[in-house]
Design a protein around this ligand. Structure first.
Ligand code: GLA
Length: 359
């Protein structure tokens, strides 16, 4: 386990397992590299040449998110606002559910005198168009969560703060396996429903990580059923899992997981619709922010827990980095990735409180 320094009291330990003998050397080193990159982002940044920009109090920036209805993004906004207030800068929060709204929002920001923006784009393939618009308006840009693609390749020149997706997937897979083993279910009657969204790299890597960890821990690959969500909301994951359940009436016990809480919640609702309960199904989400109503329910549902990640750090640190970049000319780290830890009904309240994310 490695820990990123917690000078703001916001950070979680990155509990990334490092004992997988199947990992390549790079695989073994990656968690360490992630921490080093994170530390570099916290501790020191390269100064750009030339004059620094305006004083922080004359800085205006935008924070654009693809799904403002998700508590994940509401948490990012909340901590972005906190950071902007601390710096005395102005923050404009905008919802950008599609490409048209995204490009219009950037024009509006420029017209409002904004010197930059943080964005989680609704479609990573918009990357080149967004970056071109930012450059045309002389605005600085940091991507958060979803990394831009150009011709299918990551746009490595755009500064990014995201999650260590595969490692977070491993934490989810470990939690599913641990909880299943506690239950002593008859192995031949158990299957795993993995809700996928392969169009988005961070989603694909998370679900690949879940499958990798499950198989490494002895879960039969033939019993892992992937099912694609067409939309990244609860109806999308509900439909994906419902389809699977129709195909596999023989399965008596299910594990269910996906790229975030929403993916798992839709799966859990589909399972409940077929009579599965917390005794016959185990769901693990990712985010830890969008499942709080579920975990607060008096009667347990199949949604067992989630991997809590750092929406607070994402919102806060991208905002600070962008304001400093504009006002002091301090270029942020090119890439930084954060991790996550398991939360369950037993400890979610405390863990969220500890990290200032209790709502
Ligand atoms: C994607 C997902 C969000 C959240 C972030 C975290 O954008 O859609 O729900 O998991 O990644 O980086």
């Amino acid at each position: 386990m490695s820990v990123i320094s917690d000078k703001d009291g916001l950070r979680l330990p990155l509990e990334i397992p490092m004992n997988n003998s199947k990992f390549s050397v790079f695989g073994l080193l990656k968690p360490l590299l992630i921490s080093v990159i994170g530390l570099a982002a916290v501790v020191g940044c390269k100064k750009e040449g030339g004059a620094a920009g305006a004083n922080a109090s004359s800085v205006t920036i935008g924070y654009l998110v693809k799904q403002p209805d998700e508590p994940w993004f509401q948490t990012e906004w909340q901590f972005a606002q906190k950071a902007a207030d601390e710096k005395g800068a102005k923050l404009i929060k905008l919802a950008v559910p599609d490409g048209e709204k995204t490009l219009a929002a950037i024009d509006n920001l420029a017209a409002s005198g904004a010197q930059g923006f943080v964005i989680c784009t609704p479609d990573v393939r918009l990357g080149p168009a967004i970056a071109a618009k930012a450059a045309a308006n002389n605005m600085k840009l940091i991507t958060v969560d979803d990394q831009f693609l150009s011709d299918g390749k990551v746009m490595a020149d755009v500064h990014h703060l995201g999650v260590a997706a595969r490692e977070v997937g491993h934490v989810s897979g470990q939690a599913l396996s641990d909880e299943m083993k506690k239950r002593n279910w008859p192995a031949d009657q158990v299957a795993a429903a993995i809700v996928t969204f392969k169009e988005l790299d961070t989603a694909r890597e998370r679900t690949e990580g879940i499958v990798e960890k499950l198989t490494e821990l002895g879960f039969p690959k033939t019993k892992i059923y992937e099912t694609a969500q067409k939309t990244t909301d609860i109806p999308g994951s509900f439909d994906a899992v419902n389809f699977l359940l129709t195909q596999h009436p023989e399965v008596k016990y299910w594990l269910v997981a996906g790229m975030n809480d929403t993916a798992t919640l839709g799966g859990v609702r589909a399972l409940e619709g077929r009579g599965f309960t917390d005794k016959t199904a185990i769901g693990i989400g990712i985010n830890g922010t969008d499942c709080l109503d579920e975990l607060k329910k008096t009667n347990p549902t199949p949604f067992f827990g989630s991997i809590l990640m750092e929406a607070n750090v994402h919102g806060h640190d991208t905002t600070v980095a962008l304001i400093d970049w504009i006002s002091k000319g301090t270029e942020p780290a090119k890439e930084r990735f954060t991790g996550g830890v398991l939360i369950t009904r037993a400890d979610f309240e405390q863990k969220l409180k500890d990290h200032g994310m209790w709502r």
